[in-house]
Design a protein around this ligand. Structure first.
Ligand code: DX5
Ligand code: ZN
Length: 235
């Protein structure tokens, strides 16, 4: 099993199963892992935080049953992430990443990030926090800054969350550089959205060490080549 707290020697490739074949999920996951993907990224959407609805604990459990050794990075695009800590841990999730936009102080009646991080650790998972493109550097500093030492990963969204296949938003690179200057060696910086062979070097140069890819990987007819090219961006 991958140790996410270990600084990698090349960008880790997180295959986002949102673009996999839902009718042949385990087989499609095995295919990208066999071609060099390092972990799987699972996008959970609740129809409220984003309008789309995707998957939950049953999908995590199903993937885990077929792939006992793969690291499962779960990205919760949901209003109430605290409702899913125990069920996702039991289903086999390794990392549980929730959005800063549902937490205090951005949402005054929202989640207490410090308490949630503790619950995630107590459940045996790695905690991660996610920031959306419109969230400002100041909001990032106030919302994630105080927790940076307690997180195993910060995820920078480089598209507006909700679906695969959108265009990369380069303005998020400034936030990535800000995070890179402040995170300890044990904390990964992940980027998600619009990453392909052309945009991955920009993400990596700004400090990203985990690259999420859905459409560029699953949609390619040479998946191994895409992974090799993304890893060649260096760290
Ligand atoms: C977007 C999801 C992403 C998405 C990425 O809301 O969080 O993980 O699957 O898709 P691509 O790589 O196609 O931009
Ligand atoms: Zn995602």
């Amino acid at each position: 099993m991958l140790d996410i707290t270990q600084p990698p020697t090349h960008p880790l490739i997180a295959a986002s199963i949102l673009s996999a074949d839902f009718g042949a999920m385990a087989k499609d996951c095995q295919d990208v892992l066999g071609k060099g993907a390092d972990l799987l990224h699972i996008d959970v959407m609740d129809g409220h935080f984003v309008s789309n609805l995707t998957m939950g604990a049953d999908m995590i459990r199903g993937v885990r049953r077929h792939l006992p050794d793969v690291f499962l990075d779960v990205h919760l695009m949901v209003q109430r992430p605290g409702d899913y800590v125990d069920s996702f841990a039991q289903a086999g999730a390794n990392l549980f990443a929730f959005h800063v936009e549902v937490c205090k102080p951005m949402r005054p009646d929202g989640v207490d990030a410090g308490e949630l991080i503790k619950r995630i650790r107590d459940a045996g998972m790695s905690p991660g926090m996610v920031v959306n493109p419109p969230t400002t550097l100041q909001q990032l500093e106030q919302g994630i800054g105080p927790h940076l030492n307690d997180l195993d990963l910060v995820l920078v969204m480089s598209v507006i969350p909700g679906r695969s296949g959108q265009k990369f938003i380069p303005e998020v690179l400034e936030k990535t550089r800000w995070l890179k200057e402040r995170t300890a060696p044990g904390t990964r910086i992940e980027m998600d959205g619009g990453l392909n062979v052309e945009t991955t070097p920009l993400a990596v140069a700004a400090g990203t060490d985990v690259i999420v890819t859905a459409s560029a990987l699953f949609g390619s007819d040479d998946r191994a080549k895409v992974i090799v090219a993304m890893k060649a961006a260096g760290v």
